[in-house]
Design a protein around this ligand. Sequence first.
Ligand code: ZN
Length: 502
Amino acid sequence: MAIRIYNTLTKRKEEFVPVNPGKVGIYSCGPTVYDYFHIGNARAFVVPDVIRRYLQYKGYEVTLVQNITDIEDKIIKRASERGVEPADIVDEYTKAFFEDRKALGVRPPDIQPRATQHVEGMIKMIQKLVDNGLAYVAGGDVYYDVSRFEPYGELSGQNIDDLKAGARVEPGEAKQDPLDFALWKAAKPGEPAWDSPWGPGRPGWHIECSVMSTQYLGPVFDIHTGGVDLVFPHHENEIAQSHGANGHPPVKYWVHNGYVNIDGQRMGKSLGNFKTVRGILKQYPGKVVRYFLISNHYRKPINFSDEELTACGKALARLESAVANALFATGMKGWTREQLEQAVRPETQLAQAITAAKASFEEAMDDDFNTAGAIAALHELATALNTYVNQGIQPGQGQSEPVRAAVAAATLAMAELGDVVGILDLDTLLSAHATAETGAEAGGDGDAKLVESLIRLLLDVRAEARAMKQYALSDKIRGELSELGIVVEDTRDGARWKRVSQ
Ligand SMILES: [Zn+2]
């Protein structure tokens, strides 16, 4: 089925047709490296990672480009506050960005260009805009003349008059109109500066994304992502620049993720509820934070709270322990990928559940990358696996070939689909403990689940003992369980157990 993407530019879902068949170019706005990134930024980094993984899963060759803004007012300000060079700030927070990104399971982009390495390209594009009559020089600054770009406001769905009402000229700016924006800023004393036809200075923020996206992905590329806060002015300006310089719109699909609220409120430094990922990672594992970030459709706002993160942790543990318990119950814990692949048979007992889960996973992801639906599909498969392990395995068949084939196939499917959204991977699943951390199972606590698995294991051993006519051993198991208040009844469908009060 075709993938459909909601395009901010057209305000509707459109069928995804790449510029070049079989290939996808994605540009994602990266961090300004002057501080640890916050949980809202994190969502804007995880979303393109998921889109890229899903498109790769669908067989596309994906090139993901994400910039690093390493020259900007905030960096210069932070450096002067600390009495260090801007480069020191950039080094420190670029390193932190890489660490925190890794903790969230976000794979590095294919190309990670830095603004300061592309100043020459920016000067060229600015010159082109001046030559095309879309930009003007004022003092040592260069501004984009928004009134000369007719489609301005199209992306954010605003008209120029409304935008003008909200715009101001800041002190020290030489622009002719409040809506005009700086392409080049004249150097102030002590600031990093590059030579240009307009004198020493540095590029504005917006121009870097126009230059780096089109340089690496071509003048027209497929997908541009960013947080919804970047629609205006950043991406509106990016369109004005790239279109103005190259004569056509640069991007086919504009994809914007929603906000992350904190305890029901917008996050802000002034509100005192500012959450960096660095801080959150001290409290929650990265994969739980990632699970939270993709637990809802990317365009909807999500709400960060301790309750929510705890719930996500439990839900993720439920997926992991469904596999871990199944591997444990079948004696396959510690197996390798090769062993699992060899164990799989063409028709396994869980084939229907696996096919259904894959179909609903893909249906959800095809529908504008609906990760909430994709996660629901993983939980459906976990339910099927739990049911199979707890009820579907005949006594004495716990380690039989067909049972192992079913569990192997389900394990590989969980790993494959879970890896597409970046919350499960096979190595983790194979080494995960059949643990007590399965508190998310409806109606039960984690220990109950563990007890259930352990008793099921003992009953399997007992059934095998009986099959080999080792009645002394089977009676011993039954007797010891009875001492613990667990009564075993042999029925036509195999052994059942229940707890009796002692
Ligand atoms: Zn950008």
